[in-house]
Ligand binder design. Structure first.
Ligand code: HEM
Length: 415
């Protein structure tokens, strides 16, 4: 680098620009250096870049390429005369400021609002493996527990943030609220907690156990894994009345979007996360009204239900039958398999919950459903990847970190 600068001093100014433009498109991966028609290099903003040859000959990989930027700073220090005009100084300062902003943004993405991946590495190195093996052992005897844990984490996060407030026992706590009566998997969390208290007393929060267990359940159901930032602390407040924040199965798409937006989640997060219904079941009482009393005309069924599917659903949930009988939310595919069949079912009018089927009937969310189905002509999305991404966002709703809250000794009671 030094030898290039000796023969051509302004190179020191240009290299940062190449690195900066590289980082802003597809990340800092040297994609800007690739030759070929319609590559980044040929885009109008990159037209003025002239120092490719230096970088290309020197750089073996993107790390080295980034290193050039670093070396430049040193060279500039040693040779102040390099900055020949005020204009060039301004450009350098702007680039450095924008670069710092980029670094700050990417750092905050890694540590979401105070949580970070590997929070317990030093204080309780086995924390994540203890949670995983506990979920695994429960899953082996009852694979449906994965769905229970995922839903429980969602219900925890939407009320008072992801702080394990849903686990607290007592009169009028969240647990007693109507939408939470069907939650399952408390025994898994309690089991993991007692093992963790034996291994590292007072260290691992119930909120983190729940976030990790939800992820582990998805992975056991053959979903893709994701890194769960940890460091949440447990809340001390739990009130049934606040469970009204939770979306309901009759909610319109606008209401669903509003409830998710109130938690910082986009319509894409909404569709992605509701895709969690690819595993688990629902009781007949939450959708049988769609089969018999939805309209006063015709057969009384919700017209968005596929007419060939209706008899099947009616057989599973007979009129005035047992409302607590459970059926798969994602019918027709191997149960408890984390896949995209849920979205295909929506397209085929085979959504079970009214709120789920609306993801297809409403044009604004249908496009996202189509992306998960890989419809030709639309930019496809990987459900597995997006699910992990949206889960990290959801798992960080209103969390307590640092000195807030507490680390509960027993997940069902505040200390
Ligand atoms: C508009 C948003 C949502 C609505 C209206 C909704 C509604 C429901 C309803 C009514 C059930 C059946 C409960 C029962 O019969 O006991 C259910 C189950 C379930 N929900 Fe959701 N949900 C929503 C979003 C989510 C999200 C974001 C997740 C996870 C990220 C999720 C995961 C689950 C799972 C895994 C089950 C199955 C639970 C089990 O088998 O025990 N849901 N949901």
């Amino acid at each position: 680098m030094e030898s290039h600068c000796k023969s051509n001093l302004p190179i020191a100014l240009r290299i940062p620009r190449v690195h900066f433009y590289d980082c802003f498109v597809h990340g800092c991966d040297s994609s800007i250096l690739i030759e070929g028609a319609a590559n980044e290099k040929t885009a109008p903003p990159n037209n003025g870049i002239t120092s490719y040859t230096v970088v290309a000959t020197l750089s073996k990989n993107s790390k080295l390429h980034a290193l050039k930027f670093h070396e430049n700073s040193r060279i500039e220090k040693n040779h102040p005369f390099i900055i020949t005009t005020i204009m060039e100084s301004v450009i350098v300062i702007t680039i450095v400021l924008m670069y710092s902003l980029l670094v700050m943004t990417s750092t905050s993405a890694q540590s979401q609002q105070g949580t970070r991946v590997g929070f317990y590495l030093r204080t309780c190195p086995r924390a994540e493996s203890i949670v995983r093996s506990t979920v695994e052992s429960h899953f082996r005897s009852d694979p449906t527990v994965a769905a229970g844990l995922l839903r429980m984490h969602f219900h925890d996060c939407f009320v008072q943030g992801c702080d394990a407030s849903v686990l607290i026992d007592g009169l009028g706590t969240e647990k007693t609220a109507l939408p939470n009566l069907g939650l399952r998997g408390y025994e898994v969390i309690n089991d993991a907690k007692s093992k963790l208290e034996a291994a590292c007393p007072g260290v691992v929060s119930c909120a983190d156990i729940l976030a990790l267990a939800a992820r582990d359940g998805v992975v056991l159901s053959r979903g893709l894994t994701w890194a769960v930032p940890t460091g949440r602390r447990d809340g001390r407040i739990s009130s049934a009345s606040e469970a009204a924040n939770l979306p309901g199965f009759t909610d319109s798409i606008d209401d669903q979007k509003l409830k998710f937006a109130a938690k910082g989640l986009t319509p894409k997060d909404l569709v992605t996360l509701v895709g969690g219904h690819t595993i688990g079941t629902t009781a007949c009482q939450f959708f049988s009204y769609r089969l018999y009393n939805f309209t006063t005309t015709g057969n009384g069924a919700d017209p968005t239900i596929n007419p060939t599917f209706l008899p099947q659903l009616r057989a599973l949930c007979p009129q005035n039958g047992d409302g607590t009988r459970r059926i798969e939310l994602d019918t027709g595919t191997p149960s408890n398999r984390f896949d995209t069949a849920f979205f295909t079912n929506l397209r085929n009018g085979k959504g079970i919950l009214e709120s789920d089927q609306k993801l297809w009937t409403d044009a604004s969310t249908r496009t996202i459903v189509q992306q998960f189905m890989g419809i030709r002509g639309l930019l496809g999305l990987s459900f597995g990847v997006e699910f992990g991404r949206s889960m990290v966002k959801m798992s960080n709703i209103g969390i307590k970190t640092g000195t807030e809250g507490e680390i509960r000794k027993v997940c069902s009671t505040i200390n």
